[in-house]
Design a protein around this ligand. Structure first.
Ligand SMILES: [Mg+2]
Length: 238
């Protein structure tokens, strides 16, 4: 690795490839299946509550989401949900685990440009098998020096990962669509935090923009990352 190299942490879902879109489609299907029992808004609210409540047991990802849909269906129907609907919910969850991987604009060429110049680490949470499947299908796996599939993204997560892969959090930049998971805890660890907003972001991931943090940056898409990194690199060389 050349001198001046940074460690670049990349989030995966909705940063490198589409993800939330598939959750929204499945939620719409879920609302259809339970249309006779609950209003869509009420259902979405109940589901989100249950997902949050189950996070510390199931972790992030499709399997936990599917179980939370089943649990919500049982709750909103007061136990009367027919088994055929439960089957449709489980099938919808299983379908998600085979959805095609669609990379986001500039993901491929940006990683290609940056690989070799910087140390690239994929940092993602979610189901282990599913994230491995998506990474393989994305064709982006070879650009990364390391892949970290973690149960959560906290300040300690970034301290550990950037300590292990590179010169510590201060010489690292975390890039992702979630302020709450990708940007804020990375800045707390001492890194730069770059948000690349995605039009769909899960309600649980919303957080206040850390507008006054000196190491906070926002870009419209990954095509703007290289230019931004040049500025950050200059700050280090000075
Ligand atoms: Mg994400």
């Amino acid at each position: 690795m050349k001198s001046g190299a940074l460690t670049l942490g990349f989030d995966a879902d909705d940063t490198l490839w589409q993800n939330e879109r598939f959750f929204r489609l499945t939620e719409a299907r879920f609302a259809e299946l339970l249309a006779d029992f609950a209003e869509p808004d009420h259902l979405a609210e109940r589901l989100l509550l249950l997902e949050k409540r189950n996070l510390d047991k199931y972790g992030f990802g499709i399997k936990g989401f599917t179980l939370s849909m089943v649990e919500t269906a049982i709750e909103v129907t007061e136990g009367r949900v027919p088994a055929r609907i439960i089957k449709e919910i489980v099938d919808a969850g299983r379908d998600m685990l085979t959805h095609p991987v669609e990379t986001l604009p500039h993901a491929q060429d940006t990683l290609e440009q940056l690989a070799g110049r910087h140390r690239l680490v994929l940092i993602t949470k979610g189901d282990l098998f599913d994230q491995e499947r998506k990474l393989a299908a994305s064709g982006l796996g070879d650009f990364f020096d390391a892949v970290e599939i973690v149960s959560d993204k906290s300040r300690a997560t970034y301290e550990r990962i950037f300590g292990q892969h590179g010169d510590g959090a201060e010489h690292a930049v975390m890039i992702g669509n979630s302020l709450k998971s990708d940007v804020i805890p990375a800045i707390e660890a001492g890194s730069w935090g770059v948000v690349v907003p995605h039009e769909l972001t899960w309600a649980h991931e919303h957080a206040e923009t850390p507008a006054t943090a000196p190491r906070f940056r926002q870009i419209a898409h990954l095509g703007e990352l290289e230019g931004l990194l040049e500025g950050i690199g200059r700050a280090f060389r000075r």
